[in-house]
Every structure is written in structure tokens, then in C-alpha cells.
Design a protein around this ligand. Structure first.
Ligand SMILES: *Cc1c(COP(=O)(O)O)cnc(C)c1O
Length: 363
């Protein structure tokens, strides 16, 4: 069998090996089914139990109270960029306020503009999205329909280290950092994440929504685009992405049983990121970090080398050490090492020691 690389892809991304092994073992015959999870009805008692167990694990991991619902949707986070303003902005008195700390926030804003009044209350464009707003920098209106933030900007590598406490419902795109640490969900009106960065395979998007916000959805919306339908039918309004929900369920089971919960996961994530950032900081003539130090992401480590030639050599040599998919996003350039939950400590160690050796030879 071919050897697995250390996969630093930004998404779809690395999955825990025990999850992949379990999927392999159950692929032909899901216990008690005599068939694959992909071949059974979404309304079978076996699949309903799988989906409910995944939901309950998410509820436990994020400490979600009864006043919230958890939905499994399709269309990725991109569809949420539209669905959220369709449901939560249309018909509201105040505008939706957007906090722009990177590319994904800008894409979210562009879709919201089609649905109603928006206002940008922070935009780090002037410094090429290298920082977060400072304390007191966000002027939130109390009548805002919601305030949209991106907890982790996957492309720039800028991440909010804490939950914000704002006087309007916070809507958070957590696509690339859901489950990386425990959070206080009551600080949010809605939190959403496509699975393929930090939670599972592509195909399912998790939406955690405060139930009172469901009342904003207008019945004239197309059925699939109405949050209320999905909530009422427990994410069975239409056929859910059954395989992706099953795999997401296995990832959350791994987080609970093998990792030991989100406190433990957070400690591991801090250690992994520190290993790599320490080397970046140790060789400042070779590595230039993109994000301001205090605003660095634990998930996506972004940095540049002095020129294209050294960068190509870095990527080529990394590849020969089984360090894969380190090229930065085309809009930012440089290097991006994604250290999601499933990246093992050894992967971060291997990258850090490769970088250190490379710096000593080329610094
Ligand atoms: C990847 C990503 C998206 C887009 O997700 P899709 O599932 O491709 O629609 C949105 N926001 C963030 C922060 C992302 O990292």
C-alpha cells in the first residue's frame, strides 16, 4: 500500500486515521444493516439513529442548550452566505453588519448585499487582512439584524481567539475551526460550518441556530432555503447527505472518545501551532508570517519566503519529506500549513523540523 503523507491541505482536508479505518471496515456492511450506509434509506431506523447520534455529540461537544437547534444542510458554507440573509435579514428593520477579516467574510458580504441592507463595521483591507478588530473597534447597532464574523479566515490565517460579546445576534462562519476549542454557544445567534475543513468530508454543513431566530424565516422562501423547514423536519425535509453525516458523526465520536473532548483538543492544537510558529519566528530573515502575532490562526499557518525561487525549493523539498499541500492560496501566495484537529502532533513536528533544517541551509 502507498504511504500516507502529512496532508496540510486547507480543505477538503486530513481526517483522523481511526475514522477512515472505521469507514473502510463498515463500507460494505454497516453493522446490523447488511448494506453500506450509502445504500440505505435516510428514514431507516439505522440511519435515523446515526444522524441523531451525530447531532447529540455536537450538542455535547459545543454545550448547546435546548434553545438552539442543530441542522445538517447541503450547499456548503457558500449557500449559507445567501441563506442566512434570506432568512435573517429580509424584513428586518436594521442592517446586517459585516466584520471583514479576510476573503471569506468578503464573499459572505457580497451575497448578503443581494438580500438587504448591509454595513461593513470593520475591514482590514488596508493591511491585506493581517489583523482582527481591536477592543472597542466594532460599532455594533443594537437594531442590527445580525453581526457576521468569520472566526477563522482560512486563506489569510487570522483567527478570533475568543467568543465576542456583542449586543446583536452574532452569526459566525466557523467553517475552518469548528470543534478546535470549546466555546460559549450562547454568545452566538447562528454558527455554521461546512464539514470538509475540520469536521468531516465535503457534502454536509452544520448550522447551529437559536430557535427564536427561526421565526424570521418567511414562508415565501423556496422550501429548501427556509431554515424553519429543516428544523421542523429534523434535517429530513429532503434527503440529507447520508454518507457525509455518518462520517461527521464518526469524527465527533473520535473527538469525544479518543481525543477526550474539546478542552483536550484545544491544548493539542495550541501545541501544534506553537511548534510551527516558533520556527517562523526563529528565522525572521527567511520566514515572514502573514498575520499579526496576536491574531494568528491555530488552524492555518501562513507565511512567505523571500522570493519565488526559494519558495519553490521549499515546496519541492517538503514534498520529498512527505509534507504535502503546503502551497498558499493563490490570492495570498506563500505557504499555508493547515493544522486542523486531525493533523497529528507528529505532522506538526515533522514540518517544524523540516523548516528549521531548511532555514539553516538557506538562511
Ligand atoms: C472553505 C470555506 C468556505 C466555503 O465553503 P464551501 O463548502 O466551499 O462553500 C466558507 N468559509 C470559510 C471560512 C471557509 O474556510
Amino acid at each position: 500500500m502507498e504511504k500516507r503523507v502529512y496532508n496540510f491541505s486547507a480543505g477538503p482536508a486530513v481526517l483522523p486515521v481511526p475514522v477512515l479505518e472505521r469507514i473502510r471496515d463498515e463500507m460494505l456492511c454497516l453493522p446490523g444493516c447488511g448494506a453500506s450506509v450509502m445504500e440505505i434509506s435516510h428514514r431507516s431506523k439505522q440511519f435515523m439513529a446515526i444522524q441523531e447520534a451525530a447531532k447529540q455529540r455536537i450538542i455535547r461537544l459545543l454545550g448547546i442548550p435546548d434553545s438552539y437547534d442543530v441542522l445538517f444542510l447541503q450547499g456548503g458554507s457558500r449557500l449559507q452566505f445567501s441563506m442566512i440573509p434570506m432568512n435573517l435579514l429580509r424584513g428586518q428593520a436594521g442592517p446586517a453588519q459585516y466584520v471583514l477579516t479576510g476573503s471569506w467574510g468578503k464573499y459572505a458580504l457580497a451575497e448578503a448585499k443581494k438580500e438587504g441592507a448591509t454595513e461593513v463595521i470593520f475591514d482590514a483591507a488596508a493591511t491585506n487582512y493581517d489583523r482582527l478588530p481591536g477592543a472597542g473597534e466594532l460599532k455594533v447597532r443594537s437594531d442590527a439584524a445580525y453581526v457576521h464574523i468569520t472566526s477563522n479566515e482560512t486563506i489569510q490565517g487570522v483567527q478570533f481567539p475568543q467568543d465576542l460579546d456583542l449586543p446583536a445576534p452574532v452569526v459566525c462562519d466557523s467553517s475552518s475551526d469548528i470543534f478546535y476549542r470549546p466555546l460559549d454557544i450562547t454568545k452566538y445567534g447562528l454558527l455554521y460550518a461546512c464539514a470538509q475543513k475540520n469536521a468531516g468530508p465535503a457534502g454536509v454543513t452544520v448550522v447551529v441556530i437559536r430557535k427564536d431566530l427561526l421565526e424570521r424565516s418567511n414562508d415565501q422562501l423556496p422550501g429548501y432555503l427556509n431554515f424553519k423547514n429543516h428544523s421542523k423536519e429534523d434535517s429530513m425535509w429532503n434527503t440529507p447527505p447520508t454518507f457525509a453525516v455518518y462520517a461527521l458523526g464518526l469524527v465527533t465520536e473520535w473527538l469525544e472518545s479518543t481525543v477526550g473532548g474539546l478542552d483536550a483538543m484545544y491544548e493539542i492544537n495550541k501545541k501544534k501551532a506553537a511548534l510551527v510558529y516558533d520556527v517562523v519566528d526563529q528565522f525572521p530573515t527567511l520566514f515572514t508570517g502573514h498575520a499579526k502575532k496576536s491574531d494568528r490562526s491555530l488552524m492555518n499557518v501562513t507565511f512567505k519566503l523571500p522570493n519565488d525561487e526559494i519558495e519553490s525549493a521549499f515546496l519541492k523539498q517538503a514534498q520529498s519529506h512527505s509534507l504535502d499541500s503546503l502551497k498558499g492560496h493563490r490570492s495570498v501566495g506563500g505557504i499555508r500549513a493547515s493544522l486542523y484537529n486531525a493533523m497529528p502532533m507528529e505532522g506538526a513536528q515533522a514540518l517544524a523540523s523540516f523548516m528549521s533544517d531548511f532555514a539553516k541551509k538557506n538562511g
